[in-house]
Design a protein around this ligand. Structure first.
Ligand code: ATP
Ligand code: MG
Length: 322
């Protein structure tokens, strides 16, 4: 007999919650199983399954409208799925929302602030709500992010408002950080500080889930990256693995039919498309077999370049994960 599928297990109620809402560290901070939420207009997420572990930074990547914010809102129980199970720390996202939110820091993609309060008052307010850090801690965070504390929020630039949101999510050092495009509007120096802080959180065993539409950013900070397109998770990879894999994009100008003939059987060479007067190829690993095969052809031109990170990511997925 086949063992019970993960799906059946994940939707079983009361698996791990205890009366005071605490859970064993063993339960994954994030677990989505077959989660579907489709809006009236047809957008949303479909059949999303994903587990994020302790001490992990997970980058959730996708173009505009792909479903990143929808997923984050499902995690926060701000919206509810039509199908599937959303569990955090082994607890049910809806039923155990109070216990979950005590352990969670959240940065929405867009958020409103009390315009008349200063940044200091705003952060003190959030700190009080959570029984959170004292004033000295708030000051330390503000200094690290180069945030001016004594100006009213209405006078802050977009980037500085973003910093207020970030500090309020980070300063409690929660077990799980869920951040919707955290570095939007921040200058590169502050971006780096944020990344360092997130790496530090992971190093101390906490978990970070962040969305981004820039792979280079996600790859810089994340251990794993998931790619969502049109509401579906299409790839998940370890960053270290797809980075370590040498891939080149090669354009050969030569008679396409002869080139196809010569290259047809080469392992690790994929013909991506026909281009004017030749072929565009993707080569994994050594270029030597390709160069040897090309020697038999009348090559008019040859160009080799590193493809975009996105292409590497997708080619890695095509090649190894199915
Ligand atoms: N409240 C809503 N009502 C109807 N459709 C919605 C709603 N919120 C989101 N959508 C649709 O769901 C899809 C996913 O939207 P979502 O906001 O999750 O994308 P995203 O990946 O966060 O995009 P972005 O990078 O632009 O922030 C889009 O097609 C969007 O139009
Ligand atoms: Mg969004």
């Amino acid at each position: 007999m086949a063992p019970a599928t993960p799906t059946t297990r994940a939707v079983a109620p009361e698996a791990t919650s205890v009366p005071d809402g605490s859970v064993a560290r063993g339960d994954p901070p994030i677990s989505l199983t077959g989660v579907t939420k489709v809006y009236r207009g047809g957008g949303g997420v479909r059949d999303l399954s994903l587990e994020v572990g302790w001490g992990e930074v997970f980058g959730f990547l996708g173009p505009n409208g792909a479903g990143k914010t929808t997923t984050i809102r499902l995690l926060l129980d701000l919206i509810r799925p039509q199908r599937g199970a959303v569990r955090l720390f082994g607890l049910d996202a809806r039923r155990d929302a109070v216990a979950i939110h005590r352990r969670l820091g959240y940065l929405p993609g867009e958020f409103a602030l009390y315009e008349r309060l200063t940044a200091r008052e705003t952060l003190a307010h959030f700190a009080r709500l959570r029984g959170g850090p004292d004033e000295a801690t708030v000051e330390r965070w503000a200094a690290e992010f180069d945030l001016e504390l004594d100006r009213p929020v209405r006078a802050l630039s977009r980037g500085n408002r973003q910093k207020v949101g970030l500090v309020s999510a980070l300063m409690n050092e929660p077990d799980l950080l869920v951040l919707d495009e955290p570095t939007v509007g921040l200058d590169p120096l502050v971006q780096r500080t944020v990344h360092q802080r997130l790496r530090g959180a992971a190093a101390s065993g906490r978990t970070v889930f962040l969305s981004s539409h820039v792979l280079s950013e996600a790859a810089e900070v994340a251990d794993r990256v998931g790619l969502i397109k049109e509401g579906r998770l299409v790839a998940i990879e370890r960053v270290a693995e797809f980075r370590a894999r040498p891939v080149h994009e090669v354009e050969v100008r030569a008679d396409p039919a002869a080139a196809l003939d010569a290259l047809g059987d080469l392992k690790d060479v994929t013909v991506r498309e026909r281009i004017e007067g030749g072929l565009r190829l993707e080569v994994v690993g050594s270029l030597n077999p390709l160069v040897a095969a090309l020697a038999a052809l009348d090559v008019v031109d040859l160009s080799v370049r590193e493809p975009s990170l996105e292409d590497v990511f997708l080619s890695y997925y095509d090649g190894s994960a199915r």
